[in-house]
Design a protein around this ligand. Structure first.
Ligand code: RIB
Length: 296
């Protein structure tokens, strides 16, 4: 699989807290660490670790060299990353004692993508190549339309959810990857079956990958409907669990089919949840296979 990920690159500042801060409260953090993150970068790392050929496009500021180096370290091609004036994107992440998180994202360089930059990057890709998108950069609509006209296989993860997503040409996508909250915003439905039916009525022909946290995941792919329970692990940090799921699912889909790709992605995501950090929590394929050999 040849994958272009036109996506965000963030410096994550992660604070461990007893509970996430409430409105009006001042809270002391137990520790502070920084990691390479961003939904885009995390998904590129996961795709690469799962064996895909990955090109990452996007923008960083002069403070963001560590983000490019992180992708290089995982074998992701970084030729299409531009450096702009101003600061890179960053995220302030609180991780509570039970492993849950609250994330504040600042777009920075991720929001400076130009149409010329997009045209220049896409000129190196062809029909059949995959394009991965999330909602942390600007110009997503232009990317979706252009990808459709080129015959790319487009995978969109509308996260973080914003009302503007409702006016994007979502019917032009090949896949939409959503969690329950995003799916509810898009369809008004809450149960997995209702969500999948609503998507097929509203955006017929768009395949849906729905993650349900502890309740596992569901995929509707070319008319086939598959469900995968989640593996039970002790949550240390859920950051990037969804990104890990996405990367492993798509890297394995062609090789093993939808049912097994869901199982592999669930295992990868369970391992990510049991570790701290964003891209640093993405497991290797060997770790995922070893996990699967000891879990039903
Ligand atoms: O999905 C996790 C990511 O969301 C973090 O790495 C953070 O940067 C935010 O973009």
């Amino acid at each position: 699989m040849r994958a272009l990920n036109f996506g965000s690159l963030n410096i994550d500042y992660v604070y461990s807290v007893a509970h996430t801060v409430k409105p009006g409260e001042t809270l002391s953090a137990g520790s502070c660490s920084s990691f390479c993150g961003g939904k885009g970068l995390n998904q590129s790392v996961a795709l690469a670790r799962a064996g895909a050929e990955v090109f990452h496009a996007g923008s960083i500021g002069s403070d963001g060299e560590m983000l490019r180096e992180k992708l290089d370290e995982f074998g992701v091609n970084t030729d299409f990353i531009s450096v702009t004036t101003g600061q890179s994107g960053h995220a302030i992440i609180q991780v509570s004692d039970d492993g849950q998180n609250a994330i504040l994202v600042y777009g920075g360089a991720n929001k400076t993508i130009t149409e010329k930059q997009i045209d220049d990057v896409l000129a190196s890709f062809n029909a059949g190549d995959f394009l991965f998108l999330q909602n942390e950069i600007n110009s997503v609509e232009y990317l979706i339309r252009k990808a459709k006209s080129m015959g790319l296989t487009t995978v969109f993860n509308p996260s973080p959810f914003t009302p503007e997503i409702l006016s994007l040409p979502l019917g032009s996508l090949s896949f939409i990857v959503v969690n329950e909250t995003e799916a509810n915003e898009l369809t008004g439905k809450t149960s997995a079956n209702d969500i999948i039916s609503a998507f097929s009525e509203k955006y017929s022909g768009v395949n849906v990958l729905l993650t349900l946290g502890e309740d596992g995941s569901v995929c509707s792919f070319n008319g086939e409907f598959c469900r995968q329970p989640a593996f039970r692990v002790k949550a240390v940090d859920t950051t990037a669990a969804g990104d890990t799921f996405t990367g492993f699912f798509f890297a394995f889909l062609d090789r093993v089919g939808v049912r097994e790709a869901l199982r592999v992605a669930s295992a990868a995501s369970a391992l990510a949840v049991s570790r701290a950090g964003a891209s640093d929590s993405v497991p290797t394929v060997d770790e995922v296979m070893s996990f699967l050999s000891t879990h039903e």
